[in-house]
Ligand binder design. Structure first.
Ligand code: SF4
Ligand code: SF4
Length: 406
């Protein structure tokens, strides 16, 4: 698509990047068919091609209104459109640029600004979020049904193994996951311990930056990235990989190299960190033979697997969880339309609750068609969002292996 950038962005690194992305788009519309928001709303401007057009107009200097902002806000950033696009259009990067510009040009109503500010301050801070969640759990019966559904029940982390191993990997504790599902990382540590690998965490590392990135606080998201790089750097030579147990975080950390490419002090380190980062499902296949030996025939269950968008579209990692679970004897089911988002999408479920609930219920209906007795996934956001709408247990897939190893 031929684009004539307006003076405010022409010649900047973001302008150049946006121009290259827009040039790659041939406006064919293949992406529209696999866009969840287009499927629900049926409006071209709530699909990728329409949003790309809105961003193009904005970057060409045409007037921007709250209408443009609404259509961009409604995007889940699920990047299903990127998986479909035959021209390799990097829609997610273009959206980041578009959202940044629209934020500068269109002011949000006070209530919305306040909501975004609170989310930006509370979610990434482990202590604050933990306190808020504990209060919510204690006073759950007094809350509205809508809020009750959003609050997960209290979960205990199992023990973290103390055994030292020469092989070490680094895990990210993250921000909301330790409070909402503390067992995920400890289950990962126990499984890896059984396989001769020690999992360690860096206490000073925190939110990966995805929460603030989703809220369009892009500079603050970069500060989160820098803090994690500083926390991990002293450990980097002693570990084989940086393992992500939440695919949303993995997508963000794998992007540090790109996000900090213009920061002279961090660009090199960020590239190294991104190159060392693996989703847990990328790490585990090397242990398949050991797991088959230990577990063959022990898990006779039908389980539905929900692949998070951040894994299948954001990281383009597919088939690994299903492959490993199938190898150890689990009957793994992917539901129909498994490429579609469940509606969680970072802070989306809090900012666009109607669309998020519609997509959740559509996803749960498809998952129910698999007749499975539990659902597993690979991202805390999807896990909590799906669990809020079903009695069927939703857990991280590593917990299934952890329980079987016991
Ligand atoms: S983003 Fe890709 S699939 Fe969508 S209209 Fe452009 S070229 Fe076609
Ligand atoms: S990222 Fe997802 S919701 Fe947004 S335009 Fe692409 S497919 Fe649609």
């Amino acid at each position: 698509m031929q684009t004539t950038l307006a003076d405010f962005i022409k010649g900047t690194s973001e302008g150049n990047e946006a121009e290259a992305i827009l040039r790659a788009c041939v406006h064919c519309g293949f992406c529209t068919a696999t866009c969840p928001t287009y499927q629900v709303l049926g409006d071209e401007l709530d699909g990728p091609r329409g949003r790309i057009y809105l961003i193009k107009q904005m970057l060409e200097g045409q007037p921007v209104s709250g209408k443009t902002q609404t259509h961009l806000d409604r995007c889940l950033t699920c990047r299903s459109c990127e998986s479909t696009c035959p021209s390799g259009v990097q829609y997610g990067r273009l959206l980041d640029i578009g959202r940044k510009v629209v934020e500068e040009k269109v002011s949000r109503p006070l209530g919305e600004r306040l909501k975004r500010y609170v989310l930006k301050q509370v979610l990434p801070r482990r202590v604050l979020f933990n306190t808020a969640l504990t209060a919510g759990q204690l006073f759950q019966p007094l809350l509205s049904k809508k809020l009750q559904d959003k609050i997960p029940s209290m979960q205990r982390a199992g023990h973290w193994p103390s055994q030292q191993h020469p092989r070490k990997m680094l895990a990210l504790a993250g921000c909301v996951q330790p409070a909402m599902a503390p067992n995920i990382n400890s289950a990962t540590a126990r499984v890896l311990d059984t396989l001769g690998v020690q999992l360690i965490e860096a206490p000073k590392a925190g939110c990966c930056g995805a929460v603030r990135h989703h809220l369009n606080a892009q500079e603050e998201a970069l500060d989160d990235a820098r803090r994690n790089i500083d926390a991990w750097w002293p450990l980097i030579e002693s570990v084989e990989a940086i393992v992500m147990t939440a695919s949303g975080c993995g997508t963000q950390v794998k992007d540090y190299g790109h996000l900090l490419a213009h920061d002279a002090a961090y660009a090199g380190k960020a590239q190294t960190i991104s190159a060392m980062t693996r989703d847990l499902s990328e790490v585990m296949p090397q242990f398949e033979a050991q797991l088959v030996e230990k577990l063959a025939g022990k898990i006779r269950r039908r389980v539905a697997y929900h692949p998070p968008c951040s894994l299948q579209h954001g990281q383009q990692v597919r088939g690994k969880v299903e492959g490993l679970l199938t190898a150890i004897g689990v009957d793994v089911q992917l539901c129909a339309d498994s490429h579609l988002c469940c509606g969680s999408a970072g802070t989306y479920s809090l900012l666009q609750p109607e669309m998020a609930l519609e997509l959740r219920d559509r996803k749960l209906a498809k998952l129910a068609e698999t007749n499975s007795d539990s659902i597993v996934t690979a991202n805390i956001g999807c896990q909590a969002h799906l669990q809020s709408g079903t009695e069927t247990p939703v857990t991280h897939w590593i917990e299934l292996i952890d329980r079987a190893l016991k």
